[in-house]
Design a protein around this ligand. Structure first.
Ligand code: FE2
Length: 365
């Protein structure tokens, strides 16, 4: 099984079977095991679905290891969407903190029960649901970081709750500005930059007793930068709460790895490099290093080009070296198909080889 960009599906040449049923707004568009054809692909494009899990010849024997199952992810996203929409509806309706806290506890239990702490981010994201998915992804990333930092359950819950609500202030900002494809005017930018304070005020005014001070500070401080050039209060270094410093890394990482109307998503390994390069200026560099150390850089099923010119598919992870997985070779350096030879390259053993880049398809360069 592998995740594929539907623009790179060639049904004339190869056979692809849907590996995980495809949903849009709670409706099943395609069931598992359906064979893809031109008609189905046009339908997916109409629904703005860009990535699907397929079973095909080259991905035989591969099982992408998702941190949160697709079903659970969908379910939790639905809960967040409902809750955030309640906030939009106005004064008398709002968040149900029992539901929110139960959601946080459930995610905390799922993640703390996993034995290995490698984090494989969810790559199927729906543009229209950006705020809800982003809130969920940032919560999950923060939980991973908190676990690596050996936080106890109470602190993890505070971290996750603040992360889930970090952008709640965006609910009241005009979506046309939030999703504007072009450059923002100064006025639009200032409007967006009110969201940490708006969110902080909304939670403090309405749920002051139910949400801890630390969670609220995450909402207020998640756009502060280590060098003091963030907003709203230009705090620097240790004067930013540690939990907010974690959230700011997770926030940028998720934004980079998601398609937006104004730019394409970055592959995980590139986003990791970028976050690393921002390290000393924008973030607490110690947190950046911890955060990146457990993120799967090339997910199982990704097509990659190696430094000797050969191409392959990521077959399995090396849990202690997440940028050097085990690759099954598909084509040699001259482009000759060698898939049938079943040659596996373990990049921990092959020390002089490295992944040059991730490709959308075996035919890409
Ligand atoms: Fe934000």
């Amino acid at each position: 099984m592998r995740l594929i960009n539907i623009n790179y599906i060639d049904v004339e040449k190869y056979e692809y079977y849907v590996a995980k049923s495809i949903n849009s707004n709670g409706v099943v568009l395609l069931q598992q095991n359906v064979k893809l054809n031109h008609n189905y692909i046009s339908q997916l494009k109409l629904k703005d679905i860009k990535y699907v899990y397929v079973n095909d010849e080259i991905s035989e024997g591969i099982e992408p290891n998702d941190t949160i199952s697709t079903e659970k992810y969908r379910e939790v996203k639905g809960v967040i969407k409902d809750q955030f929409n309640m906030v939009k509806k106005g004064k008398n309706i709002g968040l149900n903190m029992n539901i929110i806290n139960n959601t946080v506890s459930e995610m905390l239990d799922i993640i703390t029960s996993k034995r290995d702490i490698t984090y494989s981010i969810n790559e199927i994201k729906v543009t229209d649901d950006y705020l809800y998915e982003h809130s969920l992804n940032v919560m999950v990333s923060c939980l991973y970081a908190g676990i690596i930092m050996k936080y106890d359950k109470i602190k993890l819950h505070k971290l996750a709750l603040g992360a889930l609500l970090h952008d709640i202030g965006k609910v009241s900002i005009n979506p046309d500005i939030l999703n504007k494809p072009g450059k923002l005017t100064d006025k639009e930018r200032s409007e967006i930059e009110t969201h940490p304070e708006m969110g902080y005020r909304y939670i403090s005014d309405n749920y002051g007793d139910e949400v801890s001070a630390l969670s609220k500070q995450i909402i207020l401080q998640h756009h502060e930068k280590w060098n003091g050039k963030g907003y709203p209060n230009q705090l620097a270094g240790d004067s930013i709460y540690e939990l907010a410093r974690i959230c700011s890394v997770a926030d940028v990482f998720d934004a980079l790895t998601t398609d937006r109307v104004y730019r394409e998503k970055m592959p995980i390994y590139k986003a990791s490099e970028y976050i690393y390069s921002l390290g000393y200026n924008d973030f607490d560099f110690e947190i950046v290093k911890l955060f990146l150390s457990r993120i799967v850089k090339f997910k199982e099923g990704s097509i990659v080009k190696l430094s000797d010119g050969s191409k392959g598919i990521v077959y399995n992870q090396n849990k202690h070296m997440l940028d050097r997985p085990i690759i099954k070779l598909l084509a040699d350096k001259d482009g000759k198909n060698i898939m049938y030879k079943n040659i596996f390259v373990d990049l921990i053993e092959e020390k002089t080889l490295f992944i040059e880049k991730q490709l959308e398809s075996i035919l890409s360069n």
